[in-house]
Ligand binder design. Structure first.
Ligand SMILES: C[S@@+](CC[C@H](N)C(=O)[O-])C[C@H]1O[C@@H](n2cnc3c(N)ncnc32)[C@H](O)[C@@H]1O
Length: 268
């Protein structure tokens, strides 16, 4: 298929098969979240992790990014470690493990665990095909903005520099946000739109990644798009999208969400 044939479409099918029809290096950014350790049943569909990983590596452009949001099940008292195994597999097939970020939930589901703290986060592995080509960092206010502090130091990991150096004084007004991002899950009006799906992303999470790792006009893929959160937010931020889901029911939810959004844009 030509890129134009899958741009701004929700496609029903197994993403391993569907991606086979995509051109090499045609995707700027992929954001997705797989079924975790069969924690949820998603209408009983199977999941070929290695096939998906290889397909994603082929279709993502050089310098493009994959955001893989994942967590582990706890089975017989032990976390499965699937998330880490997947991150290491992505490295084995050629991705850089650019960053291990945390999706912190302000309202995690309460659990009854013996001798264990309540699980309140998921991993967001940022994988890149070579050096990241786009990073529009989200900035936050510095706690000590304007203060003349002695001994404030920084590390420049981007240049393989692990040493601590003195920072300019006074402290700057803003700095790049940290890699733990916190969201309320499923409560906002826009997130409620997707409640017919068992595990939609918070819209703000999709927005923060799309703004960070892509520019207007870029093509954003979610190969397991569920309710279409990534596609909807990509469209609203002037990016093109392509969403794939194996379930006809979820594709319908995603398409209806995008159509509603398109109508709202026309009304405004
Ligand atoms: C965690 S959910 C994604 C939710 C999505 N991020 C959202 O905001 O709604 C995982 C999705 O993967 C889909 N899925 C499972 N196996 C798949 C496959 N082989 N190809 C495409 N989609 C698949 C499921 O139907 C489910 O909707």
């Amino acid at each position: 298929m030509n890129t134009e044939d899958y741009k701004n479409k929700i496609i029903q099918g197994d993403c391993v098969d569907v991606m086979k029809s995509f051109k090499d290096e045609s995707i700027d950014l992929a954001i997705t979240s797989p079924p975790y350790d069969n924690l949820r049943n998603y209408n009983g569909y199977s999941f070929d992790f290695e096939g998906i990983a290889k397909g994603l590596f082929r279709v993502i452009k050089k310098g493009g990014v994959l955001v893989w949001v994942v967590g582990d099940a706890t089975i017989n008292g032990s976390e499965t470690g699937t998330s880490f195994k997947q991150a290491l597999y992505f490295k084995d097939i050629g991705f850089n493990l650019h960053d291990t970020m945390i999706f912190l939930k302000r309202n995690p589901i309460p659990q009854i665990y013996r001798k264990r703290y309540n699980n309140g986060f998921e991993y967001m592995f940022i994988l890149s095909k070579g050096e990241v080509k786009t990073h529009n960092p989200i900035m936050v206010d510095c706690l000590h903005a304007g203060l003349k502090l002695n001994g404030t130091t920084y590390k420049n990991y981007s240049k393989n520099n692990q040493e601590r150096n003195k920072m300019a004084s006074p402290v700057k007004g803003q700095k790049i946000k940290g890699n733990i991002w916190e969201y309320v899950v499923g409560k906002s009006k826009e997130d409620q739109e997707a409640k017919a799906h068992p595990a939609p992303f918070p819209c703000r999470l999709a927005e923060d990644h799309i703004l960070s790792w892509s520019n207007e006009g870029d093509l954003v893929l979610d190969p397991m798009c569920g309710s279409g959160t990534v596609c909807k937010i990509a469209r609203s931020l002037g990016r093109d999208y392509v969403g794939i889901d194996i379930s006809g029911e979820y594709c319908k939810i995603a398409s209806e969400r995008l159509n509603r959004h398109q109508k709202e844009l026309k009304l405004n």
